[in-house]
Design a protein around this ligand. Structure first.
Ligand code: FMN
Length: 157
């Protein structure tokens, strides 16, 4: 399967997980492209920011499945990912996985809310969300959480 990973990552945590997801899926025989969203003007990106312009907009039609990955910011989905969905026309009912990274070690400090937002955005564009995951970066067992998310997303496609 040709899988497109669309990632927004401000400080690199989410991106580092995405690289592991790519490796896992590649080892299973998939063709995987990472598309990192880069805002044209990073100073415009802050919690609640709208209409963010990006340096690059991935061509989504060429993929058979999608993975959206983003940090939680200010108890919500990061604006850098939320605003990107304005640019998507249709995910064509294709298999979609979503995962988040967040700092604080509880899902109620923004994780649950941000995942609901991301899932609803993907579904509003006709994506078939089949797997989700949240990695709490400051937890003692971060590595285990990463392994679990990588594994379950690997099994999804
Ligand atoms: C502006 C800002 C707001 C944040 N807000 C939250 C939050 O509400 N809850 C949380 O658990 N972590 C929060 N974090 C921590 C990030 O979610 C966490 O460090 C994440 O792994 C960063 O991912 P990245 O390196 O891919 O940008 C925040 C970080 C920043 C920079």
């Amino acid at each position: 399967m040709k899988i497109g990973i669309i990632v927004y990552s401000q400080t690199g945590n989410t991106y580092s997980v995405v690289e592991k997801v790519k490796e896992e899926l590649t080892n299973k025989g998939h063709e995987v492209n990472i598309n990192r969203l880069e805002p044209l003007n990073p100073n415009d990106v802050h919690p609640g920011a709208k209409n963010i312009k990006y340096k690059n907009l991935p061509e989504l039609e060429k993929y058979d499945g999608y993975i959206f990955a983003s940090p939680v910011q200010a108890f919500s989905l990061a604006a850098g990912m939320e605003s990107y969905f304005d640019n998507i026309e249709n995910l064509d009912n294709k298999k979609t996985a979503c995962f988040l990274t967040k700092g604080l070690p509880f899902n109620w400090t923004g994780g649950t809310r941000a995942m609901k937002q991301l899932k609803e955005l993907a579904e509003s564009k006709n994506g078939k969300v089949v797997e989700t995951g949240i990695i709490k970066w400051l937890s003692f067992n971060r590595k285990k959480q990463i392994r679990n998310v990588v594994k379950k997303i690997g099994q999804t496609f």
